[in-house]
Design a protein around this ligand. Structure first.
Ligand SMILES: NC(=O)c1ccc[n+]([C@@H]2O[C@H](COP(=O)([O-])OP(=O)(O)OC[C@H]3O[C@@H](n4cnc5c(N)ncnc54)[C@H](OP(=O)(O)O)[C@@H]3O)[C@@H](O)[C@H]2O)c1
Length: 302
């Protein structure tokens, strides 16, 4: 049971194929031979029926006995058989099949080569389409700067706002509610407490900067933007340092221009008309709730 394995001689695939073909040919030839014998006996039998047994002796076609037609018809089938075994086999045998197969394989190979050549350009086109759609997808997330700045671009002094414009605070609340608000550490510290219904993302270089629950700390503007990836419109809410960096990447600026000049220590960067196009401009005069004239302006990156 666990003795040495017997060495059984193995026939390779090609040899096996040859044997199978030879066996097939022998069978074909045997069948043809049997057909020939049956045909001879059959022909004699038909002649005997007609001439000896006188069956259908009076039946002729064009004055020729019917058994002649029967033998000729049988002869036709026999010749067809011979043709199949010798002629068809010779011209459409194994070699012919192989040749056809090779032709088919060559054709397919040609098709594959053609596809391979087309593939890089196709892949490139597909990549470009993907990148464009990806960019569009990215663009769907509109990074918006929101700021209130005086005529001299002043935005704050001693880490505080300089004016009180109630309608501006309302607008700020309306626009930013439900969104991420990105801010510098100093601006965050200027709030008495986090603003309700907004996700605060505070930028600080301090890796141990402590914040209340629900407030996120990141260490660069890039990281802040990544953090807001699922928000279709995150807002950059200041202060001066963060605005300066965000001007390079933002899509929109929502500016409340306060029509007055103030002394300040923090300023908003200049809005370059070559980069930014004003798309919205609504003037509001000063009132009981608003200490100064102001305008709501929207700028879009060109
Ligand atoms: N008018 C308005 O619309 C408006 C809006 C917001 C704020 N403000 C005013 O703006 C003033 C505050 O602005 P600010 O310029 O002084 O400060 P800020 O921009 O609010 O915050 C500056 C701090 O952000 C962190 N920071 C900045 N760039 C960073 C970077 N690339 N990587 C990591 N951390 C970075 C640093 O925090 P660490 O020091 O912790 O590293 C830096 O000290 C206040 O007066 C405020 O009232 C005005």
């Amino acid at each position: 049971m666990f003795g040495r394995k017997k060495n059984i001689p193995e026939i390779d695939k090609e040899q096996l194929e040859l044997i199978k073909t030879a066996q097939k040919r022998i069978k074909q030839k045997k069948r043809l031979y049997a057909h020939f014998v049956v045909f001879l006996i059959g022909a004699v039998f038909l002649i005997v029926i007609n001439k000896v047994l006188k069956i259908g002796e009076s039946f002729t076609i064009f004055e020729v006995d019917w058994f002649v037609y029967a033998i000729l018809l049988w002869l036709f089938f026999f010749v067809y058989h011979v043709f199949n075994v010798f002629i068809t086999h010779k011209f459409m045998g194994k070699a012919w099949e192989t040749e056809q197969l090779n032709k088919l394989v060559a054709k397919q190979q040609e098709g594959i080569e053609k596809l391979k050549k087309e593939l890089p350009s196709k892949t490139q086109a597909e990549t470009e389409t993907f990148e464009n759609s990806h960019l569009e997808e990215k663009k769907k997330s509109e990074l918006t700067i929101i700021v209130a700045a005086a005529e001299n671009d002043a935005i704050g002094k001693h880490n505080k706002l300089i004016w009180h414009i109630s309608d501006d605070l309302k607008r700020f609340k309306n626009l930013t509610s439900g969104h991420h608000i990105i801010m510098g550490r100093k601006t965050f510290e200027s709030f008495p407490k986090p603003l309700p219904n907004r996700t605060h993302v505070v930028i600080s270089r301090n890796s141990n900067y402590q914040v209340p629950d629900g407030v996120a700390v990141v260490h660069s503007l890039e990281e802040a933007i990544q953090f807001c990836a699922n928000d279709p419109q995150p807002y950059i809410i200041g202060g001066g340092e963060i605005y300066k960096q965000a001007m390079l990447v933002a899509d929109t600026i929502e500016l409340t221009r306060v029509h007055h000049t103030f002394e300040a220590d923090t300023f908003f960067p200049e809005i370059d008309p070559a980069i930014w196009k004003k798309t919205h401009d609504v003037f509001h005069p000063k009132s009981d709730k608003n200490d100064f004239d102001f305008s709501f302006l929207t700028y879009k990156r060109i």
